[in-house]
Structure formats: C-alpha cells, structure tokens
Design a protein around this ligand. Structure first.
Ligand SMILES: [Mn+2]
Length: 233
C-alpha cells in the first residue's frame, strides 16, 4: 500500500547551524503507515506551494515559543526563546496545506501556531499569567508530567481516540489565551487550559501535548493511523 508522505518541519537545534527534529515524530508516522520527511526551516517561503504539493499531509511539531508580535503583544520577560523565521515558515506551510486540502496534525507548539495564525493570542507563561492553575504543565524529569484532558463528546478527536477522558503528557509553559475563531476548542485540562483544537471537518487537529511520545498507548497510535489514513485519500 502506498505510504502517504508526511512533511515535518525541522527546527533549530544545538545552535542555528543544525536543523533537526525529534525521532519520535518519524517513528510514529512510520508505525502508522506513513513516510515522514523533514522540511528544513527556510527563511524563504516563496516555494512552499511546490513543497506542499509533494506532501500528502503536514505534521506541525513542538518547538520554541512564538514571536509575541504575531499576536500583537510585547515580549514579556517570562517569554521563552523564539525564532521568527520558524514561525513564518510554519505559518506559510500551514496556509498552503489548507489551500491544497492536505490534512494537518499539530502537536504542542504546532497547535499554538495554528491558534496564532488564525488570530488567537497566547499566555506567554502559564505559572506567571495563570497563577490559579493547579496543574503542572511543564516537562517533568525523569518521567514526563501527565494530566487528564476532557474532550468535547462530539469532537473529531474524541471520536478518533474513542473517549472523552484521556491522559496527556505535558511539556509546555505557554497556552492559548484568546482562541482563534477558525478552530473550535475541543479539549481542556482540569485548570481550563486549552489542550486541543480542531476545525469543523477535522482536517486540522491540534493537541497541546505530545502523542508521538505516547505511542505505547493504543489511542495515540490510533491518532496517527487516522491522520495517515486521511492523508492517503
Ligand atoms: Mn498541558
């Protein structure tokens, strides 16, 4: 059977001379029947139409924070590192994928960039700006932190995962503040933090967590299988 080609943006790692991506993304795509390819972040976005035409789907991975200028805010001291050319490249790829009708799966920063691209805003730091939160969303060591996520019963994501109550790993310090109108919020953590968004027909699904790192769980293997299957069509 043909393996749909899934583009995954590679980002600055170990300094700007190396662009890379965590191997968990290709592992999850391979296991689901897809063929992953890395897309090195290019400051020139003129050619995204050709790049996206070579893909069957786009996987927008996690990464750095997003330039607050993109949602009209000043950079606060508690905002983390951001790389504007990575934001611009992801935005250009996503817009083109939507234009060409290619499915999109976005994780962590990927969901955040979807929100910003469609006009939403971000909390630049959860502990500072949502002090009442009783959930630790940050990366835990040696074990990743986990928290529950409650999904909307009529969402595509709940249908794919087969449940409205799921366990998510968590590795983020920013969160959706004002949601964009193009996507619907379909999942929240117990403190109300937005954990999942999708569009009406389910061709765009974003989660704030890292299902690619939870492939020991059938529900998250199903998420990648569903995505790759939709990319095949
Ligand atoms: Mn979280």
């Amino acid at each position: 059977m043909k393996r749909p080609v899934i583009g995954i943006t590679a980002v600055q790692a170990f300094g700007e001379r190396i662009h890379a991506q965590r191997i968990t993304y290709p592992h999850a795509v391979w296991a689901a029947g897809g063929e992953p390819i890395f897309l090195p972040c290019n400051t020139n976005t003129d050619n995204v139409a050709q790049i996206v035409s070579m893909l069957d789907g786009l996987l927008v991975p996690g990464g750095a924070d997003i330039d607050p200028a993109l949602y009209g805010e000043e950079v606060q001291p508690y905002c983390g590192a951001y790389y504007r050319h990575e934001d611009d490249y992801d935005i250009a790829l996503i817009k083109e994928a939507v234009k060409q009708g290619k499915p999109i799966l976005a994780t962590c920063r990927g969901m955040q960039i979807l929100n910003v691209l469609y006009g939403g805003t971000m909390y630049q730091d959860i502990p500072t700006q949502i002090p009442q939160s009783n959930v630790d969303h940050s990366y835990g060591q040696p074990e990743e932190h986990l928290h529950p996520v409650t999904l909307e019963a009529d969402s595509h994501l709940a249908r794919i995962l087969g449940s409205t109550e799921v366990i998510a790993n968590t590795s983020h310090h920013q969160a959706v503040k004002d949601p964009c109108t193009a996507l619907r919020i379909v999942g929240r953590a117990p403190d109300g933090v937005v954990e999942a968004m999708e569009n009406e027909d389910g061709s765009i699904i974003g989660v704030q967590w890292h299902p690619e790192r939870m492939q020991h769980m059938e529900i998250y293997r199903n998420l990648f299988k569903d995505f790759v299957d939709r990319c095949r069509k």
